[in-house]
Design a protein around this ligand. Structure first.
Ligand SMILES: N[C@@H](CCC(=O)N[C@@H](CS)C(=O)NCC(=O)O)C(=O)O
Length: 236
């Protein structure tokens, strides 16, 4: 039986099975990246919902695993050298899982770096820009009712990023061509989220990006996505 007692988060969210990966998350665009990857990889894991309504992500127990106070985070009881490891930042977790299994990433060095490059493109571009767009367009719209500049700035940058993806996905099934990778898993939940959570499909002009839309549908239709998009279930 793995010993996770070095991780204070397990006092508040105890592991029913400490021998499998512990996932602390919610079904948000960053959170579902990890449940989708775990489903694709067929790895056993135990999901723990972290409730935003009670600010669980800022609790001392959660912050002991991720000082940044944001989901997702994991503990893998079978980390490097067989020792438990805790990881936060969705891009780092995706890379860790891909390297642990040798899946969802090309095996050749050039392909591996090309994939990492697109993961960073998502982490530094798509996620932050779409997130700010959603903030000003939906969640804080009342605070900027007299100033459309913040929404327009992030809307236009999000559309520009969509055009970069549109170029990449011409004649490619997935971001890395024939191989479905962590670059796809990092990116598609944000495009889906801007539609489902922000109602931004029209204002982001999704119809102008047909290759991206076809790819998005292919990503969502994968059985692992259908499952992972709803894990962990939101607390009642
Ligand atoms: N760069 C981080 C961002 C994580 C992030 O922003 N998570 C959001 C949910 S999508 C969160 O925990 N928000 C709650 C909060 O900010 O308090 C990652 O990719 O893991």
């Amino acid at each position: 039986m793995a010993d996770l007692s070095a991780f204070p988060i397990t006092t508040r969210w105890p592991a029913a099975n400490p021998n499998i990966i512990q996932l602390y998350s919610l079904p948000t665009p960053n959170g579902v990246k990890i449940s989708i990857a775990l489903e694709e990889l067929g790895l056993a894991y135990e999901p723990h919902p972290i409730s935003f309504s009670t600010n669980d992500q800022k609790s001392p127990e959660f912050v002991s695993l991720n000082p940044n106070g944001r989901i997702p985070a994991i503990i893998d009881p079978n980390g490097p050298d067989g020792k438990p490891i805790g990881i936060f930042e969705s891009g780092a977790i995706l890379l860790y899982l891909a390297e642990k299994t040798g899946k969802l990433i090309p095996t050749d060095a050039a392909g591996r770096y090309e994939t990492i490059q697109w993961v960073f493109f998502q982490m530094a571009g798509v996620g932050p820009m779409f997130g700010q767009f959603g903030h000003f367009y939906k969640f804080a719209a009342d605070k900027v009712a007299n100033n459309s500049y913040p929404m327009e700035r992030y809307r236009d940058e999000s559309k520009r990023l969509l055009s970069v993806l549109e170029g990449r996905l011409q004649d490619r099934q997935w971001i890395m061509g024939d191989l479905y990778t962590i670059a796809d898993i990092a990116t598609f939940p944000w495009l889906r989220g801007a539609d489902v959570f922000y109602g931004g499909r029209e204002v982001l002009d999704y119809k102008s990006f047909p290759a991206v839309m076809a790819w998005l549908e292919r990503c969502i239709a994968r059985p692992a996505s259908e499952k992972g998009l709803n894990i962990p279930q939101r607390p009642a």
